[in-house]
Design a protein around this ligand. Structure first.
Ligand code: NAD
Length: 317
């Protein structure tokens, strides 16, 4: 499946998110060949030219060009960041139907090309669009991955690292559930190196620390809205999150990442794509890494899955 000598990524959707991903890929030398596809062909061509002009300063060489769906034939990963924005007054349901149509126009030609790699989806609502990609492609769900709560988890680790004045890479805490309003932090599973965060809070006097944790959780949930208010869109964080997932796949890393995965009985849920810690390698999702949630966390997770089931039920594919 993933060829080690030529790591090839096809990016569909060269907007702000897609190009932040492409720029981060180039700066990290994370693949050998990058194909850019957009319904606006001229835009994809301009972006390819612009990136190529940075190659002289990149860590490794990379073949970058604007291409077509035929280029997916031997790709390792097809990353979808394409989408249409909500029109004023448009309902969520109508927006979803339009984005489902966009995905049909993408996934079908990708599959027709003979593509046999992994789909990685970032378009929102990401859990729903990933499930749509899985349904349209007919691929094994283990090879269709959404960015899920990888970015939300990165935001959480940053804020917790800041709060405890500890390198965020030593914070092991996750945001799980829908990438959206019903996402949450299972605090019972949050660790600072080898110490549970809740135990650290107790040592610290209890109450106050726990309200700080609630504030941090709500800041994570509201982060996208805050950024959108300030600069209209978010793209660098998600671009780097997508590179992290790409590296886990191409490097066969078996890394634990909170991607959006189809559940098959894990946490008592089935048939829904949702953000949960998963072991990711060159075959996609090797398996869902289940956590021992408390009853309250389990109920919150179930509620989040129900939100996603209700939204998916609104779509006509
Ligand atoms: P954008 O409008 O800048 O880019 C979208 C691109 O998709 C455009 O270049 C457009 O031409 C292209 N496109 C539209 N229809 C297409 C089609 N049929 N085929 C090929 N390309 C097509 O938007 P953006 O800011 O880059 O955001 C893209 C998506 O990423 C949005 O859905 C956004 O909500 C989502 N997003 C996700 C996360 C996350 O955590 N998963 C974070 C931020 C943004």
């Amino acid at each position: 499946m993933v060829t080690r000598d030529n790591r090839k990524v096809v990016l569909v959707g060269t907007g702000m998110v897609g190009m932040s991903y492409a720029y981060a890929l180039l700066n990290q030398g994370a693949c050998d060949e990058l194909v850019l596809i957009d319904v606006n062909r001229q835009r994809a061509e301009g972006e390819a030219m612009d990136l190529n002009h940075g190659l002289a300063f990149a860590p490794t060489s990379m073949k970058i060009y604007a291409g077509s769906y035929d280029d997916c034939t031997d790709a390792d990963i097809v990353v979808i960041c394409a989408g249409v924005a909500q029109k004023p007054g448009e309902s969520r349901r109508d927006l979803l139907s339009r984005n489902a149509a966009v995905f049909r126009s993408i996934v079908e030609p990708v599959v027709r090309s003979g593509f046999n790699g992994i789909f990685l989806v970032a378009t929102n609502p990401v859990d729903i669009m990933t499930r749509i990609t899985c349904a349209l492609s007919g691929f094994n769900p283990r090879r269709v991955i959404g960015s899920g709560t990888v970015l939300d988890t990165a935001r959480l680790r940053f804020l917790l690292g800041d709060f405890f004045t500890v390198d965020s890479r030593n914070v092991h805490a996750y945001v799980i559930g829908e990438h959206g309003d019903s996402e949450f932090v299972p605090w019972s599973q949050a660790m600072l190196a080898t110490r549970p965060v809740l135990a650290l809070c107790e040592e610290d006097g209890g109450d106050c620390c726990e309200c700080d944790l609630r504030r941090i959780e709500s800041n994570v949930r509201d982060a996208a809205q805050q950024i959108i208010k300030a600069k209209n869109a978010t793209y660098y964080g998600i671009g780097m999150s997508l590179v992290r997932i790409t590296k886990a796949i191409l490097g066969d890393e078996n890394s634990v990442l909170t991607v959006s995965a189809m559940l098959h009985g894990e946490y008592g849920e089935s048939g829904v794509y949702v953000g949960v810690p998963c072991i990711v390698n060159r075959n996609g999702i090797r398996r869902v890494h289940t956590m021992a949630l408390t009853d309250e966390e389990q109920a919150q997770f179930h509620a989040s899955c129900e939100v996603l089931r209700d939204v998916y039920a609104e779509i006509e594919l």
